[in-house]
Design a protein around this ligand. Structure first.
Ligand SMILES: [Ca+2]
Length: 332
């Protein structure tokens, strides 16, 4: 539409008004109306007035790095609030907050209040904790909540994965940490911790599986794919599995991060402890899915990345732990 002035003029006026809405207001309130009319002409003045009003009403607040680090990304507020984009594609939540912003690159690592790094997992909408929830993390939850926690019969230090945790315990931990970090201003109200879904876990493990259906129906359907690659038997250093495999020196659990991470930077995706997932194993919903194998696993099919184990959600063993993911929720 022709509006009587050049596109370059429009850009300048728009830019000034959008970036400095207060300047537009000040000029208008201090006699700038006459000056604008005189210098810019009637049409440009009208455009200025229009854009000043629009910018005051609609100008999005931007969440910026408070430390002034120019290398950190400025994240649009609509992304921060999980605003719907015209084409809703698989875009991980921006995880912006006012204290620890992250650059929006595929290599992003975001570290939470428990000093647990989280990485984006392309193909999902969530960020994965790079390792299982540790004894030190879970102990903080137990101390704060008073929840009962029976320690295992073997020795663990603070960096071992927390075990003897039921599916309910794992979810309670996620809820607690969500509340804590929201209250501290580290998470937006539409961001929350939870367990990974069965499908998300598969993506993190590098599996390509059909969408939908129960985990039971996908059990062991991808042959020859293990957390360490395709070779069998597993090579030395593949992870913490049952001693009979001879791949590691740990009799029970091992400190998180003791073995090489996968291509996404996730540790112990296979071995050490089984990891609870959100999903029911089948339509009966009596059991929950576990993925990844443990220090007690040696049977070849059980070590497949596509293997699903299942236990009632109240089960608690020394070979079961969990990891958290961070994602968006539909409403606070
Ligand atoms: Ca072992």
């Amino acid at each position: 539409m022709y509006i009587g002035f050049r596109e370059s003029d429009t850009r300048i006026v728009f830019s000034v008004c959008v970036r400095f809405p207060s300047l537009g207001i000040m000029s208008l309130s201090m006699g700038g109306v006459r000056m604008a009319r005189k210098l810019l002409g009637r049409l440009i003045w009208q455009a200025w007035l229009f854009f000043a009003v629009v910018s005051v009403v609609l100008h999005p607040t931007e969440l910026r790095a408070v430390d002034g680090d120019a290398s950190l990304a400025t994240i649009p507020a609509n992304e921060a609030r999980g605003g719907a984009s015209p084409a809703r594609t698989l875009v991980a939540p921006a995880l912006p907050h006012l204290r620890n912003p992250i650059p929006l690159t595929s290599q992003s690592v975001w570290t939470n209040t428990l000093a647990v790094p989280f990485v984006r997992v392309p193909g999902t909408l969530v960020w994965f904790g790079v390792w299982d929830v540790r004894v030190r993390d879970y102990q903080a939850f137990v101390t704060a909540s008073g929840r009962l926690w029976e320690k295992p019969q073997f020795e663990q230090d603070l960096n071992h994965p927390a075990v003897n945790v039921t599916w309910h315990d794992a979810r309670a931990f996620c809820d607690w940490l969500t509340r804590e970090e929201r209250a501290a201003g580290w998470l937006a109200t539409n961001q929350a911790y939870r367990l990974p879904t069965d499908a998300e876990w598969s993506v993190a493990a590098g599996l390509t599986e059909r969408e939908g259906g129960w985990p039971m129906n996908k059990d062991c359907q991808v042959k020859g794919a293990y957390p360490w690659g395709s070779q069998w038997p597993p090579p030395r250093g593949a992870g913490n599995y049952k001693p009979v495999l001879g791949v590691d020196d740990f009799e029970h659990t091992s400190p998180v991060g003791s073995f090489a991470a996968n291509r996404l930077g996730l540790y112990d995706l296979g071995g050490n402890v089984w990891q609870w997932c959100e999903d029911g194993y089948d339509g009966k919903q009596k059991e929950r899915v576990l993925r990844g194998g443990s220090w007690l696993t040696d049977y070849p099919d059980y070590l497949l990345s596509s293997f699903r184990d299942e236990y009632p959600p109240g089960s608690s063993f020394g070979f079961i732990g969990f990891r958290c993911v961070l994602g968006e929720v539909k409403s606070p």
